[in-house]
Design a protein around this ligand. Structure first.
Ligand code: ASP
Length: 422
């Protein structure tokens, strides 16, 4: 097979830069309409391709995640702790991400009144949110009422019903565990196979990312008539995510290790460095899993028993970097589009992101699909993803490093054979 000349992330970056350039040239030379008619649709097609696989992908990953929890039940005492720490660190990462995004407010640097291309989306979102609450006096249990779908086909007919799909997937996975394995072999291998196919589809779609990002950036520049504030907002957003993720790696995890284990954070950081680098370069926590396991066992002396179940489960369900980034991305997109998020919305973001991080595959760009669903679920048009895709690759690399460090930290916390706090 012929080798690609540039790695994909370089192509995406090039797509972004060329898109911005093409947009500015079109604005200058009065070819805005050409971009609108002939380039913009390719960006929309790319976003739609990401959206179309969202529901089957989330369903399969979640059912697989629930099935893998069976191993946790086997090691009940340790398992309960592991699960609790996984959820705890994920929630912390999201709340920290929200805090950073609300304090720095990168999206507010962008003058929303110029975002003419987004007006339509914002209006649609506001209208659909209004329609949802119209004429209904909503009681305190409305959230739970909405959580349960009355028909799985109609729930799956809109990406806005992500929580209903999640609810059904968890119920389905739990029931699958309760039925004797010999009766469900076919269903399990079907879900396994379907999951693999979905991941392959993500692979294919991501290959189109350079073209998609080019089109999205060019049409964004045109619809903003060269308004540069979007780009300064984007730069501050990138920096905010990077700083938040670095804080997770260099402050949060070492602090957990320091306070809750007997290992020295210095030793942990030193041993983890190559693993983080592999996560960074591959952008895939699944691909980093074997090396992460080996490092924990051989360099940090964590028992094989702990590593062999804490890490694989973690690589599937625990994604602190991804969760932190999603929280910042959602707030940023909402701010740029001038959509106000109240406390209820923020709470939904915490809940949704926590659950959806379980359904995020550990592959490069695995969270794009999930992010489109989180956005639509809180009433933000998922086209907003266009804003951040161009700068996403380096952030994907960084959040994968956080994801793998998070899994390793939990292994150390639940199994610390060494007693050197040096
Ligand atoms: N690339 C990430 C991982 O493999 C997932 C994501 O956030 O896109 O952990």
């Amino acid at each position: 097979m012929k080798k690609r000349r540039f790695p994909l992330y370089v192509q995406i970056l090039l797509g972004m830069l060329l898109g911005i350039l093409a947009g500015f040239v079109a604005v200058r030379t009065g070819h805005g309409q050409f971009i609108d008619h002939w380039v913009r649709p390719w960006g929309q097609i790319f976003i739609k391709l990401l959206q179309v696989i969202a529901i089957p992908l989330v369903f399969c990953s979640l059912v697989k995640g629930v099935i893998s929890l069976k191993d946790i039940a086997h090691l009940s005492r340790l398992g309960g702790r592991v699960l609790l720490i996984y959820i705890g660190t994920t929630v912390f990462a999201i709340v920290f991400g929200l805090f950073m995004a609300l304090v720095v407010s990168p999206g507010k640097l962008c003058d929303a009144s110029h975002l003419s291309g987004m007006e339509g989306f914002v209006q649609t979102a506001v209208e659909s949110a209004q329609k949802a609450t119209e004429g209904k006096e909503r009681g305190p249990l409305a959230f739970f009422e909405d959580l349960v779908p009355e028909n799985i086909i109609s729930a799956a007919s809109s990406n806005q019903n992500m929580l209903q799909i999640i609810f059904f997937a968890i119920l389905f996975g739990t029931a699958l565990l309760a039925v004797p394995a010999e009766k469900t072999r076919a269903v399990r291998s079907f879900i396994d196979g379907l999951n693999e196919v979905m991941l392959k589809m993500v692979d294919f779609i991501i290959l189109a990312a350079p073209v998609g990002v080019f089109a999205l950036m060019a049409s964004m520049v045109v619809s903003n008539a060269g308004n540069a504030s979007v780009f300064s907002a984007l730069a501050v957003y990138t920096l905010t995510v990077a700083v938040a993720l670095l804080c997770m790696i260099f402050l949060f995890y070492p602090a957990l290790i320091f306070f809750f284990s007997k290992m020295s954070p210095k030793r942990f950081i030193r041993a983890m460095y190559p693993v983080q680098l592999l996560g960074f370069t591959t952008s895939s926590s699944s691909a980093t899993l074997p090396f992460n396991m080996e490092t924990l066992e051989k360099k940090l002396g964590i028992s094989e028993k702990t590593v062999s179940f804490v890490l694989p489960v973690g690589a599937t369900i625990n994604m602190d970097g991804t969760s932190c980034y999603q929280a910042i991305a959602v707030v940023f997109i909402a701010q740029v589009m001038g959509i106000h998020l109240d406390w209820g919305d923020l709470l939904s973001i915490v809940a949704l992101t926590t659950i959806s991080s379980i359904g995020t595959p550990g592959i490069p760009g695995g969270s794009y699909v999930i992010l489109t669903m989180v956005l639509s679920s809180v009433g933000i048009p998922s086209e907003g993803l266009a804003l951040i895709l161009g700068v996403d690759r380096p952030l994907d690399m960084l959040r994968t490093s956080v994801n793998v460090t998070g899994d390793a930290t939990v292994s150390v916390l639940v199994d610390t054979p060494d007693t050197d706090k040096a």
